[in-house]
Design a protein around this ligand. Structure first.
Ligand SMILES: [Zn+2]
Length: 142
């Protein structure tokens, strides 16, 4: 069963590998597959948005609570990567929750649901993903 799962991930996440990988390389690849056992998917359509190993802390916290100018409160988590998100709109600096960062809207590439924001600026870019709009899933759906 485990073997079947690893094979499936080898298809989904091709890794450039040497013809004769060393034991250390094999172990490293195995741990990469383990990291991919869980995904965050869009709560609305199930599309794979991001994964736990991409969680990062920004301003010493992964989770942030912020209120937009319309009085809507969002609880979002920071991720270095959100491959399932599309990013639209011109970068905005008005009302940015992170000084020095511009934001753009990030949405689910499959259903278009607003997932959060992509922040880019003078430090490493990241995604702020609204935690209510994703759920943790053991295996990808597609
Ligand atoms: Zn979706």
């Amino acid at each position: 069963m485990l073997g079947a799962r690893v094979e499936r991930y080898q298809c989904r996440f091709p890794v450039v590998r040497a013809l004769n990988p060393t034991v250390a390389e094999e172990a490293d690849m195995a741990s990469q597959y383990q990291d991919h056992h869980q995904f965050y998917v869009c709560r609305q359509c199930g599309y794979q948005i991001t994964a736990p190993q991409w969680q990062i802390a920004v301003g010493e916290s992964h989770e942030h609570v912020q209120c937009n100018p319309f009085g809507i409160t969002f609880v979002f988590g920071c991720f270095s990567e959100a491959a399932g998100c599309g990013v639209i709109g011109a970068p905005q600096d008005a009302h940015s929750w992170f000084p020095g960062f511009f934001w753009r809207i990030a949405h689910c590439q499959q259903c278009g649901e607003h997932m959060g924001w992509f922040f880019a600026g003078n430090r490493d870019p990241f995604f702020g993903i609204i935690l209510q709009r994703i759920r943790l899933q053991d295996t990808p759906t597609q």
